[in-house]
Write a protein that binds this ligand. Structure first.
Ligand SMILES: *Cc1c(COP(=O)(O)O)cnc(C)c1O
Length: 397
């Protein structure tokens, strides 16, 4: 017997659940891509995406995933041999480093480990030790999805300004756009990259690069940029077919129009507030369940936790819990990433809960209830009262 029949759910940190409304919007015949409704509708996406990122700067859209956005941002701002500084709080920062190295950039990292936030003062210190301004960009992952650490972007901007250093502040908001508060302009972010498949509730396949004036000036001399990655052609396309450098991602565009309608109907601030409250419900449940040798939240301080994903340790049993919830409860949880190498037995000690995008109190309580059942079923030490604690948050307590 299994209790997994009936609705299945996905609580992994990307791709996230695609709402029925978005799926229905995508279910249609192929349109004319050269003139007419699709071209107009595509244009309408730009101001609405900027509303979500809180920016009046420019936006280049690409067909691709998060890695696409990583490469596009770097190609438009750098030449081979440029030096970039990358504070690390997990595996995704390391991924951006690899993209930079692949483009022939020199990379210097400051590793904050897998459970501590970025100490912005260390970035300021390093920039002050660079009077020749060799460092061209600071690359920061807003929410590193592997550890669920969230970085204080405004604090990093203040340090760069205090050091009077011209380095661009480039931010990976792939896991946080549409989940955690982001203020691209107010926080002085020069470049912000995102993807369609997390907070924006669409299938993977679209990448977004928001860029400001200073970043666009770097584009003047960046020799890494090629015609396909050129953000000027993508942001201000001379013809509709320049927008994506070829065939537009027709169905993704319709899906995205619908998901942006959903976000703007709810209100960007309300979307952030919903994520914040539901994240507190997740934390309350796990804080009640935490026991020595049992389940443990990776990030200890609430202020440094993402509202979109929670990374957890469950020594010896992370994989067993995931397998149990999938097999017996119809719930797919996220694997641990970057905490131990895949061929190391400790790889099985970690798992993640995605709580991004299309998520209500109802669906989250179901996820937490099944995790609680899983902890009992596999017989690991855990405290009681996790669901009651989560319910108290949902109730407004
Ligand atoms: C998911 C994710 C990526 C990678 O996106 P892909 O679509 O898998 O290329 C990069 N950075 C962060 C923070 C992410 O969450």
């Amino acid at each position: 017997m299994t209790l997994a029949h009936g609705p299945q759910t996905l609580a992994i940190p990307g791709p996230s659940i695609v709402p029925e409304r978005v799926l229905r919007a995508m279910h249609r015949a192929s349109p004319n891509i050269y003139t007419g409704a699709l071209v107009e509708m595509t244009r309408s996406l730009v101001p609405d995406l900027k509303r979500v990122a809180r920016t009046g700067q420019r936006l280049a859209m690409y067909i691709g995933n998060g890695h696409t956005a990583w490469e596009a941002s770097l190609a438009n701002t750098h030449s081979r041999g440029d030096l970039v500084l990358v504070p690390l709080t997990g595996a995704f920062g390391r991924g951006w480093v690899e993209m930079a190295e692949g483009l022939g950039l020199r990379v210097e990292t400051i590793d904050f480990g897998t459970a501590s936030p970025i100490d912005a003062a260390r970035i300021g210190e390093r920039l002050r030790a660079d009077p020749a301004h060799e460092i061209r960009s600071v690359l920061v992952v807003h929410v590193d999805t592997s550890t669920s650490l969230r970085s204080d972007l405004a604090a990093i901007r203040r340090e760069i300004d205090a050091a009077k250093h011209p380095a661009l502040l480039q931010v990976d908001a792939i896991a946080s756009l549409g989940c955690d508060r982001i203020e691209m302009d107010e926080w002085g972010l020069d470049v912000l990259v995102a993807g369609s498949q997390k907070g924006l509730m669409c299938p993977p396949g679209m990448a977004f690069v928001f860029f400001g004036e200073r970043a666009d000036r770097a584009r003047e001399t960046a020799s890494c940029v090629t015609r396909h990655w050129d953000w000027r052609q993508r942001a201000d396309p001379p013809t509709p077919s320049h927008r994506f450098n070829g065939t537009a991602p027709t169905h993704h565009l319709h899906g995205l129009r619908e998901s942006l309608d959903m976000i703007l109907e709810e209100g960007v601030e309300a979307v952030w507030a919903r994520h914040a409250t539901l994240a507190r419900a997740v934390w309350a449940a796990f804080e009640a369940w935490e026991r020595p040798g049992g389940v443990r939240l990776n990030v200890r301080e609430r202020a440094h936790r993402s509202h979109a994903v929670t990374a957890l340790a469950l020594p010896g049993h992370g994989t067993r819990l995931r397998e149990w919830t999938e097999r017996h409860a119809g719930l797919t949880l996220g694997i641990g990433i970057g905490m131990a190498p895949p061929d190391d037995p400790r790889w099985h000690d970690f798992f993640r809960v995605g709580h991004m995008g299309h998520l209500s109190a109802h669906s989250l309580m179901g996820t937490l209830g099944c995790i609680g059942a899983g902890l009992k079923a596999i017989g690991v030490p855990h405290g009681e009262g996790g669901l009651e604690a989560a319910a108290a948050v949902v109730a407004g307590g």
